[in-house]
Design a binder for this molecule. Structure first.
Ligand SMILES: [Zn+2]
Length: 335
C-alpha cells in the first residue's frame, strides 16, 4: 500500500463534476452561475438532517456543502461515513435481485454523475494528473495510460453502491490496477492510500527462509508483511492486515520470491570495495550513490518514487533490512 500525493488540480475536478450534474451541453462560462442557481437548493434538501457544515474541517463560508463534499480530504469522508453508521441512516434496497443497504436512495444521482465522468475518461485524467505509474494498492502492476486508453480502473474506497453520496468525491477514488479493483469489489478495506494521517512505513515487506539452503532455491523462502515490534500503532496494523487479506497480497507477493532472492544476492556483494571498483571501471557512468544503487538493484528506493515503478516498496524495505541503504547514506556523507 502506497500513499497517493494530494491531487494537483482540485478546482478543475470540481468544475468538471459540476458540469456533469447540470446535464446537457452547456458552455464552460455558464457552469458556475447555473450551478448555484439551479442546484444549490436541490443539494441542500438532499443533505438535510444528515450532512452539515460542521462535518467539514474547511469552515470557509464561500464554499457550498456540495463543493466541500466533492473535495473533502479522506479523514473527513471517514468521519461522515462513521456518522452514517452511528445514526443508522441506511435503508435497504434491491439491486440485481440482491438486497443492499444504502445510506439514502435519492443520493443515487451521484452514481449517474460518476458514470458520466468515467465515460469522459476520468480514470486516465486522474492518472495523468497524479503522475502515477503503478497501483497504490499492490505496487505490483502498472496503471499508466496507453495513448487515449486507460489501464487504471477507479476503485471507490467506500463502495459506491452502498455509499452513493461519495461516488464522485475525489478522495474516495483510487486509480487501481484491474486485479486489485476486481478482487476488492465492494469490500471495505482498512486503510486508504488517500489517508495522509497514517504512517505507511510501519508496514514493511520482508522474507523468511524456510530452510538453511534457501539461497539455492527461491521456492524455499516466504515473502511476508511485518509491522513494528514496539506496537506503536496497533490500529494501523489491524487495518493494514485487513487490506493485505482482502486484496490477497500475501499470495500475490509469493510470486516475487525470485526477485527477493536476487536483491539479497546483490546486497551480499554490494559493499564499499565493489562500488569503488564499479566507479573506477566505469568512470562518469554513475552520477551519484543513488544512481548506482538504482542501476544495480533495478528500482527506485525512495518513498517519494514508490508510484513510479512496481515493487519499489519491496525493494526499499529489503535494502533497509539488509543494511544497504544505511551503507549508501554513510558513503554519501563521507564524500
Ligand atoms: Zn493493484
Amino acid at each position: 500500500m502506497i500513499p497517493i500525493p494530494p491531487f494537483p488540480s482540485p478546482s478543475a475536478y470540481l468544475f468538471q463534476t459540476k458540469k456533469l450534474f447540470l446535464h446537457g451541453n452547456i458552455s464552460d462560462c455558464n457552469v458556475e452561475s447555473r450551478f448555484s442557481s439551479e442546484k444549490e437548493k436541490e443539494f441542500k434538501s438532499l443533505f438535510a438532517g444528515i450532512i452539515s457544515s460542521e462535518d467539514f474541517d474547511d469552515t470557509s463560508a464561500d464554499k457550498t456543502l456540495f463543493e466541500k463534499l466533492i473535495l473533502a480530504p479522506f479523514p473527513v469522508l471517514q468521519k461522515i461515513h462513521k456518522k452514517f453508521h452511528e445514526h443508522q441512516f441506511q435503508t435497504q434496497i434491491i439491486k440485481n435481485e440482491r438486497k443492499i443497504w444504502v445510506v439514502k436512495d435519492e443520493w443515487r444521482i451521484f452514481l449517474k454523475a460518476y458514470d458520466r465522468l468515467v465515460s469522459r475518461h476520468l480514470n486516465s485524467w486522474l492518472v495523468d494528473q497524479y503522475g502515477i505509474k503503478c497501483c497504490p494498492y499492490c505496487n505490483e502492476n502498472f496503471v499508466f495510460n496507453r495513448g487515449d486508453k486507460a489501464s487504471a480502473q477507479l476503485d471507490h474506497f467506500f463502495p459506491k453502491d452502498k455509499y452513493p453520496l461519495f461516488a464522485v468525491s475525489l478522495y474516495n477514488l483510487v486509480p487501481a490496477c484491474p486485479a486489485c479493483n476486481h478482487i476488492k469489489r465492494e469490500s471495505m478495506l482498512g486503510v486508504s492510500p488517500h489517508d495522509n494521517k497514517r504512517d505507511f512505513d510501519q508496514m514493511r515487506i520482508s522474507y523468511t527462509p524456510k530452510v538453511s539452503s534457501w539461497m539455492l532455491d527461491h521456492h524455499t523462502l516466504d515473502v511476508i508483511f511485518r509491522f513494528g515490534s514496539s506496537g506503536e500503532d496497533r490500529e494501523f496494523e489491524q487495518d493494514m492486515k485487513k487490506n493485505i487479506a482482502c486484496l490477497k497480497l500475501e499470495p500475490a507477493y509469493q510470486n516475487h520470491r525470485d526477485y527477493v532472492q536476487e536483491i539479497v544476492n546483490k546486497a551480499f556483494w554490494y559493499n564499499d570495495a565493489a562500488t569503488e571498483a564499479f566507479r573506477n571501471s566505469l568512470p562518469g557512468v554513475f552520477g551519484s550513490e543513488g544512481e548506482m544503487l538504482r542501476m544495480v538493484f533495478g528500482n527506485y528506493a525512495e518513498p517519494k518514487d514508490f508510484l513510479k515503478r512496481p515493487l519499489s516498496k519491496l525493494t526499499r524495505d529489503l535494502l533497509l533490512e539488509l543494511g544497504v541503504l544505511n551503507m549508501t547514506k554513510k558513503r554519501q556523507g563521507d564524500t
